[in-house]
Write a protein that binds this ligand. Sequence first.
Ligand SMILES: Cc1ncc(COP(=O)(O)O)c(C=O)c1O
Length: 284
Amino acid sequence: MANDNPMVYLNGRFLPLDQAQVSVLDRGFLFADGVYEVIPVYGGRMLRWSEHWRRLEASLAGIHMPPPLTMIEMESALQRLIQGVYDQYLYLQITRGNAGKRDHNIPKDYIPTVFAMCSPIGPLPRETGIKAVTLDDIRWKLCHIKSIALLGNILLRQQALDQGVNEAILVRDGFVTEGAASNVFALLDGVLVTPPKGPDLLPGITRDLILELAHKHDVPAKEAPLPLEALHQAQEIWLTSSTREIVPVLELDGRPVGSGRAGPSWRNMDELYQAFKARARSGQ
Ligand SMILES: Cc1ncc(COP(=O)(O)O)c(C=O)c1O
């Protein structure tokens, strides 16, 4: 099963985790000058690899960095890290590397740092759901970039934990953006609603997959601005991400959501999602 010292990828080399080192002058360390991806792996196969690659390219473009490897080079490096067939996820991080000194200016010449590792996916809070609070979205204005600068997200998550719940749902100017590490869906009068893509939120791969499944199976769904008052009236609320899939929120701001139990729409979508995963696992 899980190995405490797995092989990781660092700048073209495969080596044990405890031997992987980067410079203290790395711009990722000094400035959080980098981006990342998290890709779930089922049955030894990456789920939606091309979508993750496209988002990585978009994140890199957002920080003015050309991809240091081609999609095929990256894919073959990642494939070598996958261990066995249990559920796991690949973490991939690219920073602007060591520029020889600490200087805010983006260097003209630099050697990027490319790091990847694979970790097991733990048990998920599916049926049991989670509790959440709404918090003011204090983050920056480029949340569509999957930046490694996650201090805003970390502080918001901690604020939620300190209030005795599992996750923060973020609100900007009266509208829901996303969770501290997830996207948000609300069931409003039988229609699934998720906020539209834009600089306020990460374009989640799971979010897109859910919209795709909804479309294919005639589940009413739309991308539309989601006011905080509407969220408080929702019959169901879900949070979605690659490693946590679709998690029902059973309590929001101290009040039960709908019946206070995982709802029928969640159950239906979770079944569709699990069936999609099972097909991906067997290579279909
Ligand atoms: C801020 C944020 N939004 C949304 C998501 C969901 O994205 P994905 O479905 O691609 O995992 C994540 C995932 O970690 C996240 O950190």
